[in-house]
Design a protein around this ligand. Structure first.
Ligand code: FAD
Length: 325
C-alpha cells in the first residue's frame, strides 16, 4: 500500500478507479465541484429536482450490468419505464432497459463514494514533476501532495490541458472531440400535458425534453429538463444566456404546444463538454513508466457505461502493473 495514487475527477470514471484501486494503493480523489457524479448530475431548487446532465443510462457489459443490479439492490439506481416519443425520422425502436440514479442521477456516485478518500471543491491546475513522482497543485497555487501515479478523468480537452508535457500519450488526447449542451430546467406547479414522459426531438434547437418528475424516487412537484442539440450548443456556446433560454422555450412550444415562459422556476446550465463526437477508440491512455494515465467516457463514447468500462479497464491495467513492480 505504499503506492500513492491521485485520481482527478469524481464522476463515474474517477469513482470506479478509486474504489477499485483502493485495495492495492493509497488513493486520493480530487473533485473541483461540491458534489460527486460529474455529468451524472442533479440540481435541487426548492422541492424541484432536476437531472440536468445524463438523463438515463443503459447497461450491456456484464460487469456494468452487475454493478447496476447491485446499485439497484442498494436503492442507488432504479429502472425508468419511460415512454419516449421519438420524433426522429426512421429512429430505431429500442426495448432496452433504461436506468436512473435514485433519488437523483448522482445516486450511484454518492453510493460509490462512500468510504473513499475524496477532497471536494479542489480544482487541480497543474501536475508538476517532483523527483520521479508528481506534485499536484490546486487553482490557488497550493501544493496538495506528491503521488506515484496521477490519473485524470476530466473530459479530454481538460485532461489535455492538465497533463504534463512528459505524458507520452498526450498527442492522442487532441484527437478526441467533445460537444456541448445547454440544459433548461423548468419547475412547474401543475403536470404538463404531454403524451409521453420524454420527447427525443427532430428540431434545429431542442434535442430532448423529459418530464424529470416521472423518474422513480422524484417525489417533488412536476418539472421538465430540456436539452439543446449538441451542434446548436457548440455554435452558440458564448451567446447571451437570456437569448439561449428564449430559443429553448420557443422550441419547447413548437414541440409540445405548451408555453412555459411563466413557469415558477427556470434555470439554465451550460455544459461545455457534454457529449463525445469522436472518441479515442481505446479504453484508456497510460504511460506506466511515468505513472500517468487518463480515462473517461471520451475514450469509448458519450455514455455512462463507457465511463465505467474505461475506468474499469484502466484499474485492471494499473493493478496488474503494481503487482508486477
Ligand atoms: C447534458 C448531458 C446529457 C447526457 N445524457 C446521457 C444519457 O442520457 N445517457 C448516457 O449514458 N450518458 C449521457 N451523458 C453522458 C454521461 O453523463 C457521461 O458519459 C458520464 O457521466 C461521464 O463520466 P466521466 O466520469 O467519464 O466524466 P465526468 O462525469 O465529466 O467526470 C469528470 C469529473 O472531473 C471533474 N474535474 C474536471 N476537471 C477537474 C480538475 N481540474 N480538478 C478536479 N476535478 C476536475 C469534473 O468536475 C467532473 O466531476 C450526458 C451528459 C450530459 C452533459
Amino acid at each position: 500500500m505504499d503506492t500513492k495514487i491521485a485520481v482527478i475527477g469524481a464522476g463515474l470514471a474517477g469513482l470506479t478507479l478509486a474504489s477499485r484501486l483502493q485495495s492495492v494503493a493509497d488513493v486520493t480523489l480530487f473533485e473541483k465541484s461540491r458534489g460527486l457524479g460529474g455529468r451524472m448530475a442533479e440540481r435541487r431548487r426548492g422541492d424541484h429536482r432536476f437531472d440536468h446532465g445524463a438523463q438515463y443510462f443503459t447497461a450491456r457489459d456484464p460487469a456494468f450490468l452487475s454493478l447496476t443490479a447491485e446499485m439497484t439492490r442498494l436503492g442507488a439506481t432504479a429502472m425508468w419505464p419511460v415512454m419516449i416519443d421519438d420524433r426522429r425520422p426512421g429512429a430505431p425502436v429500442s426495448s432496452e432497459a433504461r436506468y436512473v440514479g435514485t433519488p437523483g442521477m448522482n445516486g450511484m456516485a454518492r453510493r460509490l463514494g462512500r468510504g473513499l478518500n475524496i477532497t471536494l471543491e479542489t480544482e487541480i491546475s497543474a501536475i508538476q514533476p517532483d523527483d520521479r513522482r508528481w506534485l499536484l497543485v490546486d487553482k490557488a497555487g497550493a501544493a496538495l501532495g506528491v503521488f506515484d501515479w496521477v490519473i485524470s478523468t476530466a473530459p479530454a480537452p481538460q485532461t489535455a490541458r492538465l497533463m504534463p508535457s512528459e505524458f507520452s500519450a498526450g498527442a492522442r488526447l487532441a484527437q478526441v472531440r467533445m460537444s456541448g449542451c445547454f440544459t433548461l430546467m423548468i419547475g412547474l406547479d401543475r403536470a404538463p400535458e404531454l403524451n409521453a414522459e420524454a420527447i427525443r426531438a427532430h428540431h434545429p434547437v431542442v434535442g430532448w425534453i423529459a418530464l424529470n418528475s416521472s423518474k422513480p424516487g422524484r417525489d417533488g412537484p412536476p418539472c421538465l429538463v430540456v436539452h439543446s442539440r449538441n451542434d446548436w450548443a457548440d455554435t452558440h456556446m458564448e451567446n447571451d444566456r437570456d437569448w439561449i433560454e428564449k430559443e429553448l422555450l420557443a422550441g419547447v412550444v413548437e414541440l409540445t404546444g405548451e408555453d412555459f415562459s411563466n413557469a415558477p422556476h427556470r434555470d439554465l446550465h451550460r455544459w461545455r463538454f457534454a457529449n463525445v463526437e469522436t472518441p479515442l477508440g481505446a479504453p484508456f491512455l497510460i504511460d506506466a513508466g511515468l505513472g500517468l494515465a487518463a480515462a473517461g467516457d471520451w475514450c469509448l463514447g458519450g455514455r455512462v457505461e463507457c465511463a465505467f468500462q474505461s475506468a474499469s479497464s484502466l484499474s485492471q491495467a494499473i493493478a496488474k502493473h503494481l503487482g508486477e513492480t
